[in-house]
Design a protein around this ligand. Sequence first.
Ligand code: NDP
Length: 419
Amino acid sequence: MSKVIVIGCGGVASVAIHKCCQLDTVFTDLLIASRTLSKCDKIKNDLKGKTKTNIETRKIDASNFNELVSLFNEYKPDIVMNLGMPYYNLIIMDACLECNCHYLDTAAYEPENVDEPIWREKYEKRCKEKGFTAYFDYSYQWEYHDKFVKKGLIALLGCGFDPGVTQAYVAYAKKHEFDRIDTLDILDCNGGDHGYPFATNFNPEINLREVSSDGAYYENGKWHRIDALSIKDTYDFDSVGKKDIYLLHHEEIESIAKHFPEIKRIRFYMTFGESYIRHMKCLENVGMLRTDPIDFEGHKIVPIQFLKALLPDPASLGERTTGKTNIGCIFKGIKDGKEKNYYIYNVCDHQESYLEVNSQAISYTTGVPAMCGALMILKGIWTKTGARTVEEYDPDEFIKALDKYGLPKRESYNPTMVK
Ligand code: NDP
């Protein structure tokens, strides 16, 4: 028996809720709390008669600490799954500490307004000292580590696919395939087609901020910054085919570099089509990706939030998206004194995801690991307390759960390596 609160009710949350409800002997009680109550009620109605999980719904503003605390105190969850916006990670972690429940999310903290002066000062200092220019950064959440340890609680950070499963793949590779890992390339390929000239397949604000920012990779103990999308290659993906890949900064590079210092080089690549990049550059050039409020006819509006209101809702793309995703990790290293290459990845089909849980594969590949991470905590398989990322836990049961609940791994011992 367990009581779970899911915060947010978008694409990722919807999948996680469906998957929790498939395991109704573990996830017996679920409260969906989000900004728009009608979305929570719709999922509850869709699941009526299909699960024994008792589902409740509630409207909440996740930026309001008192609202969170009063809801958590009333419902008494074992775990809160924060599947809304990463802007509220810290405040939700504070509320979990206050009410003694575990915490899980799928994206590292970043502030809503990156021009906010106090945050900006700290950010500029970090850029100068570390050459690390991303807006997201685990240090804010790692500062909570001791507080969670003291309370005997777990804050599982970044338990989607990437971040999330990619780190479990690193722990798995180190445990079963290598004595030493030398290089790691994380490859995130979306071979899906939704038929729109431009749409993002997860939250537009977070997606566009990530892709339009400087890229970076980690090599020999240092961050190497590059201009956004300035390193491009092509890769021939299993079940998808040849795609352009671009080097991005991604949050798991930071935690993998911390927990696996033996890895000399860590890079992250994502696929984008030409149309996506053309649209994004144009929107950026006209100021539509700005995150600071501007005055418009007497109202304050944040351009990127206004843009989000115009773009297709990622949660609505499921029905029209075809094709597959392919996400995984390619390693080079040493086993038994010999050089070795190894690729572990998952292929997920957009239409199969839609038929199972009404969502496209990007939400599916994030929502399933979130459910599996909560399962590891609720079943007492992952017990190390504190604010931790996925690679800090034993990967075997988690990967078994992913195999079983929709994201089976594939492996190659002779992969094509990225240049
Ligand atoms: P969506 O935009 O579809 O969903 C976000 C949800 O959060 C919406 O339901 C929204 O409410 C709700 N929300 C926003 N503000 C508030 C608030 N103040 N109070 C309460 N609820 C709020 O996003 P996705 O589902 O696509 O993404 C969810 C998270 O998953 C993001 O952090 C994203 O970065 C992350 N992600 C992680 C991946 C991984 O592999 N690790 C991959 C993809 C996404 P409303 O319905 O009213 O808009």
